[in-house]
Design a protein around this ligand. Structure first.
Ligand code: ADP
Ligand code: MG
Length: 612
């Protein structure tokens, strides 16, 4: 294990390093610094976020430039304003003892004349975002014709953000014989292309695995009717209680609308688009970074500034017209070695576009189904159970315990747990038992639905199953007996773990539904509803099993019938004034979910990239 001294850094830098408290070089520093100090070479360095890349190029650049000259010798390009400022500050700190050093940051959203003035004072090193840099070159406010060292920091991100042309233009105005050092977390094809174009026989170092993050993203699509897009989005969110996501829309208007609807429906969401002021955008981004917002709805352009790690899902609410955009969108997740999911909500007419995207990303989309009601209830319930399990006890409640215990004196632990969970579960259940199936089948849909509507059967969902001691024969006998039906009147009985399906002729439907409005079996209300899958047997949807196959997915999913019950109380989260009051609607059941973000954080802490 070497020290910074071993790497060949000079005394001024070593002194700065001591002040910073860096004790030993990180792996990328250990590998890159000696090469960059001792050789005039191009370099490609692949290392994940937070591995110390800034110092890996920063120390050698500081040591190699001539601080006595006022010529701009080093240019560092980085994707965002934030990073740009950060790098400039790091460089200043590293070079604290390099007398005469002048590092200037150039980025959009701030006065160009002020920045030009600083450059003019003699900046040996410029740290810039590509957009503003190009602007300043065009206006002849900077001179980069004598650059000796150029750095492309977070090259994959810059390309993701559409800076390819800017970078090309900028570099074409720099000397041929300069050295280019490219730093990136991943090595997608576009980065390789840039490297090939601008670098001569570069040395290559890798820390960890190549392309780690791209392979961490799975690509899924959900086929729905265009009019069900928003409902589908909400279900995807409900099925992922810990979602931390960016949702992409095509227009500013849609972006605003979707965000507003989500907020109204009780989700912690926010909009990011170009019609907002810089200040508004900063506020939204800050809320997103601090997890006050779980779902950031954004346009492609506005999302370019997003450098947030740990995004669990990217949701393509609408696909962009440009196929390439998909890569940039999905690149927002699966960063820094984490896994991520990129979801696309599509209608039938858009399926073809997925094929072109598959060619570009060189990966296949997986067709997934919008979760059904039972599945969402299950996920939410388990999420709540985990949350409770991990909750630290607040001893402020101790003083009320006597009264509470008195109330539950007669209640067993088992009963108490059931009651407790029913509070939350019933809310979801009541909402979702009325929800319809949103999935559309890609082919033969018309034929199938034609058949089922002609069918004379009714298929029912019933909330008893194997757990209650039924198999198909027992359930059939049970139904025949209580309903006083004939030998073959109940058929296609399909028993699952906690619920089942069965068919009867349509003529019995009314009687059956009426019978089960208040029927109890072993002390529990038995709930029977018409399943959308009239064809029965779970094979009525173009070969894809709706109520067969994977046990978790079969639900009496979106059962259209059922009396309308109120879908939950109004929000009573008095403790959090920042959050707007949530309304009773599909998302209302999420209330307690996001009521207390500190709880959310302790239970599901996501490590953040460490930056000063
Ligand atoms: P990257 O660019 O790879 O994401 P940074 O260069 O931003 O990583 O470094 C991440 C953090 O680690 C910064 O806060 C930086 O100051 C710190 N750091 C860098 N090198 C060292 C080191 N050798 N010892 C301790 N801390 C370091
Ligand atoms: Mg960095």
């Amino acid at each position: 294990m070497s020290t910074f001294q071993d790497l060949g850094l000079n005394d001024e830098l070593l002194q700065g390093i001591t002040d910073l408290g860096f004790e030993k070089p990180s792996e990328v520093q250990e590998k890159a610094i000696p090469i960059l100090l001792n050789e005039e070479t191009d370099l490609v360095a692949l290392a994940q976020t937070g591995t110390g890349k800034t110092a890996a190029f920063g120390f050698p650049m500081l040591q190699k430039i001539d601080v006595n000259s006022r010529t701009t010798q080093g240019l560092i390009l980085s994707p965002t304003r934030e990073l740009c400022l950060q790098i400039a500050n790091e460089m200043k700190a590293y070079g604290k003892y390099c007398k005469g050093l002048n590092v200037v940051a150039i980025y959009g959203g701030s006065s160009i004349t002020d920045q030009a003035r600083e450059v003019k004072r003699g900046a040996q090193i410029i740290v810039a975002t590509p957009g503003r840099m190009k602007d300043m070159i065009n206006r002849k406010l900077v001179d980069i014709t004598k650059i000796q060292y150029s750095v492309l920091d977070e090259a994959d991100e810059m390309l993701n953000m559409g800076f390819k042309e800017d970078i090309t233009d900028i570099l074409s105005g720099t000397p041929e014989d300069k050295n280019t050092w490219l730093f990136s977390a991943t090595m997608p094809k576009e980065v390789a292309r840039i490297a090939k174009k601008f670098m001569l026989d570069p040395k290559e170092i890798t820390v960890g695995h190549k392309n780690e993050s791209t392979s961490n993203v799975t690509h899924e699509y959900y086929l729905v009717n265009a009019r069900d897009r928003y409902q589908a989005l909400k279900r995807l969110a409900d099925a992922n209680p810990d979602i931390f996501s960016v949702i992409f829309c095509r227009t500013k208007r849609d972006t605003q609308k979707v965000a507003e609807n989500l907020i109204e429906d009780g989700y912690s969401a926010g909009a990011l688009h170009g019609d907002l002021s810089q200040n508004q955008r900063d506020i939204v981004m800050k809320q997103f970074r601090t997890r006050q917002i779980q779902m950031l709805v954004a346009t492609d352009v506005a999302a370019r500034g997003i450098d947030v790690d740990d995004i669990t899902h990217v949701i393509n609410y609408q696909l962009s017209d440009e196929v390439e955009t998909y890569t940039h969108r999905s690149g927002r997740t699966g960063r820094a070695g984490k896994t991520g999911v990129s979801m696309v909500i599509v209608s039938k007419s858009e399926i073809r576009r997925l094929k072109s995207i598959e060619r570009i990303i060189n990966k296949k989309f997986e067709l997934k189904e919008i979760p059904n009601g039972m599945e969402i209830c299950e996920v939410q319930l388990m999420s709540l159970a985990n949350k409770i399990h991990n909750t630290e006890i607040n001893h402020e409640i101790d003083k009320y315990l006597e009264d509470i215990n008195g109330l539950f004196e007669e209640t067993t632990k088992e009963e108490l747990i059931k009651k407790f969970f029913s509070v939350e579960f019933t809310r979801f259940f009541n909402y979702y038992q009325k929800a319809k199936n949103l999935n559309v089948t890609a082919s033969s849909n018309d034929r199938e639905s034609g058949r089922s509507s002609n069918s004379n059967d009714t298929r029912y969902f019933i909330n008893v199953g194997e757990k209650d001691g039924f198999d198909w024969m027992k359930l059939k006998d049970f139904l025949k007996e209580i309903l006083e039906l004939g030998r073959d009147d109940v058929f296609k009985v399909d028993v699952k773990d906690s619920f089942s399906f069965f068919n009867t002729e349509k003529e019995h439907q009314e009687k059956i539904l009426a019978f089960f409005t208040d029927y109890k079996h072993e002390g529990r209300f038995v709930n029977v509803e018409v399943s959308e899958n009239r064809g029965g047997g779970g094979r009525s949807r173009g070969g894809r099993r709706r109520d067969g196959g994977n046990d978790r997915r079969r639900g009496g999913s979106d059962r259209p019938r059922g009396e309308r019950r109120s879908s939950g109380r109004r929000n009573d989260s008095g403790g959090d004034s920042r959050r707007s009051e949530r309304r009773s609607s599909e998302g209302s059941s999420r209330r307690s979910e996001s009521r207390d973000k500190s709880e959310f954080k302790t239970t599901h802490s996501r490590p953040r990239r460490s930056r000063r």
